[in-house]
Design a binder for this molecule. Structure first.
Ligand code: DC
Length: 235
């Protein structure tokens, strides 16, 4: 779509402060879809996982134990988390990409983000950003159930763990490591879905999209159709 159209927020009439929330398990393609949808609607993209990754990275650097509930809560509450125009996370104004995507962070982020003390601080900041920005597409594990539970548009993107591992191995050029990528994804699924605080769940009023047999373009198209109220395209 052209830039002109991207700035045109007539896509969702009646929603002056457009909030779209999109959840799902690791590797379902949420962030690619959320970025594209945000671009098409001319609103901002909120990568909530990046904020938990930023807290985890800082905890690693400071040597805070991933089981230290109080230490991690204090750290999360004191970090100045923000985003630049490209949707990249900033801490004290410094962009932490790509360090937050390192394997060491990926391995620990589920454990760190499971603490209620961490979630309280990070969710409060997410809601603050959501109120400040004129419109947004938020992506994560609890954006439809907790952070923006009153969002008018909610989506849950799913795919089998095999398919998600295949996509990720291709993306990262690690085709030979599908098995270990799949078990890492399943480990994170289990952790994210079974934790006591805000586990990954399908919101009752979310549109569930199974992406196993769908291309990225098809998923983006479907999400935009639902937001724009185009009933012909709704699956
Ligand atoms: O989407 P991601 O892989 O960047 O997320 C990293 C981790 O952060 C994920 O394993 C679970 C956690 N997370 C969360 O608990 N709540 C969110 N809203 C987003 C991510």
């Amino acid at each position: 779509m052209t830039d002109q159209n991207s700035q045109n927020n007539a896509a969702a009439p009646g929603h002056e402060h457009l909030v779209v929330a999109l959840d799902g398990p690791a590797g379902a393609g949420k962030s690619t879809v959320a970025k594209r949808v945000a671009h098409e609607l001319g609103v901002r993209f909120l990568d909530t996982g990046a904020m938990y990754r930023a807290v985890t990275l800082r905890a690693l650097e400071l040597g805070i134990d991933p089981g230290d509930h109080l230490g991690l809560g204090t750290l999360a509450a004191g970090l100045a988390l923000d985003f630049n125009e490209e949707g990249q996370v900033l801490v004290e104004g410094v962009c932490l990409e790509p360090a937050i995507r390192a394997q060491a962070v990926t391995s620990l982020v589920s454990e760190v983000s499971a603490h209620g003390s961490v979630r309280d601080a990070v969710v409060a900041r997410q809601q603050e950003l959501g109120h400040t920005w004129p419109g947004l597409v938020a992506e994560g594990r609890d954006t439809t159930t907790v952070v923006f539970k009153d969002a008018p548009f909610k989506f849950y993107m799913d795919a089998s763990s095999r398919e998600r591992a295949k996509r990720r191995s291709k993306q990262e050029g690690r085709e030979k490591e599908i098995e270990s990528i799949q078990s890492d994804i399943e480990r994170r699924d289990h952790y994210d879905s079974s934790r006591a605080h805000s586990p990954l769940q399908v919101a009752q009023d979310a549109h569930v999209i199974d992406t196993d047999q769908k291309s990225l373009e098809e998923v983006v198209h479907l999400v935009l159709s639902i937001i724009r109220g185009d009933s012909r395209d709704q699956a």
